[in-house]
Structures are given as C-alpha cells and as structure tokens.
Design a protein around this ligand. Sequence first.
Ligand code: NAD
Length: 466
Amino acid sequence: MGVQLPDLQFTSLEAIPAVISTTRKSFLEHKTRDVEFRLVQLRKLYWAIKDHEEEIVEACAQDLNKPRFETEVAESGWLLNDIVFTTRNLHKWVKDEKAPDIELSFKFMSPKIRKDPLGCVLVIGAFNFPFQLTMGPVIGAIAAGNTVVIKPSENAPRSAAVMQKICEASLDPSCYSVVQGGVPETQALLAERWDKIFFTGGASVGRIIAKAAAPHLTPVVLELGGINPAIITKNADPRLVARRMLWGKILNAGQVCTSQNYLLVDKSLVSKVVEEFKKAYAEFYPQGAKDSPDYSRIINDTHFQRLKSMLDNTKGKIVLGGSMDAKELFIEPTVVLVDSVEDSLCTQESFGPFIPILPVENLDEAINLANGVQNTPLGLYPFGSKADVAKIISSTRSGGVSCNDSALHIPTLPFGGVGESGYGAYRGRSSFDVWVHRRPITSSPSWLESLLAIRYPPYAGKLSKF
Ligand code: NAD
C-alpha cells in the first residue's frame, strides 16, 4: 500500500464526439505523419510508464490481486520492452518498400509501397492484462502514425485510471485521448466513424464491434478468446505436462486468453498426470493458493458467479482444489476428471483456473474431439513426440500453437486468432503493419508516352502486340 491511485471517472457521453473530432482533426492536419514526432511520443510514454511503475503494480493488485512479479513481467515490463523494440526498428519499418515481382516493362515506373497511417483509430482493451492489452496495440498505432482514442476496460477500474494518468502525462492530447466508460460509452464510440477499430475481448462483443464498424466500412481487428485444447499423447512427460499446464492456469488465476481450456489426455497417462498436478501444486503453493501472495483473484462477482456455476454444473470428479471464497473472489486452481467434452467445463471458455481432463483412447480420438469442440481456438497445446505434435498441428486449426507448453507466446511473433478466435494480428513488427495502409505508388515518366500510347484507342490491331 502507500501508493495513492486516481479514481476512475467515466467520460460524459456528450464529451465523446468532441474528443473524436479533435483527434481526427489532428490526423487530418498531418501532425502524426512525422516519424520523429511519433518517436518522441513513444519515448515520453516509456518514461511515463517507468515513472508510474509502482502505481501500475498497485492498480493491478487492487483490480486483480495480481502479484508484483506478474505485473512487472507481463504489464509494465512488457510495454517498456515493446516500446524499445518499436523505437529501435521504426525507421526501418517506415521506409518505402521496393515492390516485389515487377516485370521489366513496369520497372521504369519506379513502383514502391509506402506505409501510410490509417487515420483516427480506436483501441478497446480487456481487463485481464489491462495495461499490456490496451497500451500494446496503442504503441503500434502511434508508431504507424495514427491518432488514437483509447478505451480501457471498465472492469479493471484502477488500472484504467492509472492508464489515463500515464497517457495524459506523456502523450500529445490533441492526438491521443483516453475515453473511460462501460457499455454506453463504448456504444457512443462505436456510433462514430473510425479508420480502424482494434478490440480485445469476447466473441459476443466482437460481433457487436464488427456490426457497428460495417456501415462505415471500418476495418476491424478482433482479438478474441477460444476454447483452447491441450492434447497430451501417450508419449508425453507427465511431470512436464502438469507443471506447464498448471502454470497456464495459475497465471492471472487462469484469466488468460491463450491458456488451455481443457486437456485431452491419453488414458494410459491420466493417473500419472493427476499425481504430477498434485505435486506441482504443492510445490508452487506450499501454503495453498489462497494464502499465497502469488495468486490472483477473479476480476468481479459476475465472472466469479459464472465460474462457480460452471463448476457447480460439472458432472466430473474434482481431483485437486475446488475451494472458493465469494467474498475474496478466490477460486482455487481446480483439476477435474470429466467424461465428455459436453461437460460444463469444456463447452465454454472458462477464463478461470479450471483444468478439466478428459481421458481419450488415442491421438486420433483426441484430434477428432478437439476439432468438434471448436475448430478455430486461439491456442493449441500439443504434448508428445515430435511425430505426435506434427500430426496434431497438421490436423487442426488455431490462432497459434505452443508445443509442450501452455499460454506461451513470444512477444515479437504475430499474435491473433482465426475463425471464432478473431482476425488480424499484432505484436512485434505486426503491431506496425496492422496499423498501416500499404499504398502502392507508381510514377509514369513522360518519356514513356510513346510506349504507353498503345493503351489508347483506336485499339484495332493492338492486341497482338501484347
Ligand atoms: P468482453 O467482451 O466482455 O468486454 C470487453 C469490453 O467490451 C468491455 O470492457 C466493454 O467496454 C465492452 N462491451 C461490453 N459489452 C458491450 C456492448 N454490448 N456494446 C459495446 N461494448 C461492449 O471481454 P472481457 O470480459 O474484457 O475479456 C474476456 C474475453 O476476452 C475472453 O473471451 C478472453 O479470451 C478475451 N481476451 C482475448 C485476448 C486476445 O488477445 N485474443 C486477450 C484477453 C482477453
């Protein structure tokens, strides 16, 4: 404690159109076209994050009981690294590209591809990694030269307020603004015209965003969730499976879009895997997760009740954990042996610390079941021999794959879903690419006129010359 946090104040609905028109006007005045201007913004943002690191830790602690370690690694530290990576590479990324695959006859037109900013864009963040998932896309949008309106998740109110403070302390207010609010404020934002909308959240709100964008033909990036399977073949190492799968579900108390939702485990390995889960849990939390400083809480009562009802309705057998405390929004990491993918723990994304295990006869059954639950999840987690893993990857679809792991995503690899888990990708260089229009430019010199004259009528006899 000891760190004073600002209060979250929602932006008035009446003020929203003016915020957008200021931000759009700045774009139309070309304020953000200058690459040096963008770099200055990013450097100021870097130092503002540094200056507010303790507030970030405290805000994440109050919103999610997020441990300092997780906040410093996956929130402030993540963003700082992202800014360093972006500022180091930006001059390279903004350069015009030589157009590929050009025939000799067109080379005289000096074809190239410019990277133009899209315009005035909207970023809508999620609550679970409130800083990383809101400011991450913003870093790319600034780098690419857009003006940005930022809408943090109201479900992580302390983090939202600190984010606003950081943005106001560092970014040019005529180009970058934070709008605070819940559903009505988001709807007011969505009623306006944007040049791109970047949304991180669930598929049902994702559909609302895409519908709102359609009348303006606004492109959208949807970073959604998924019912992510882990497939554990008979060749897997049970200890590795348990430690890594448990990590995927204790990180942020399982409120991680990439963590596995259920495990399909070769029946010969099930009892060993369960034993290893027990050992790993005792090692990670010798005093139990509830009394540990290293375990988050569920974001709010709505999500707590949703998770509680998933567990209440399971027909499976709890083999580890299972305790809950509504007052503290605590849910223990819980391993459940289920007997069907129709179980309440498998049919929807839990976004919580549940680890349902379904025993399977063999790898083919596992692949069939995984493809039946949701054939386009965000992540897929195969454990087994190289041949097993190769078979799993080539018989499934997913946003990404982490072999022999859970939730892991290297920060500079493109990150995004497919099908039900969304579309568009960012991170690393993709965070720049996702925010630019690749504008092809050609220039026809006057001395080419005698050659170009072939395109003018009358056409008679000209076709044979092509
Ligand atoms: P959510 O979809 O419930 O809400 C996101 C935001 O949408 C809210 O903060 C709110 O401002 C807005 N919203 C809600 N209802 C709305 C409506 N009717 N009209 C307009 N706006 C509305 O998501 P969440 O609870 O913040 O996050 C959980 C989901 O997000 C999970 O499915 C998770 O997998 C997914 N997620 C995905 C990623 C990713 O990078 N792919 C990352 C984190 C979370």
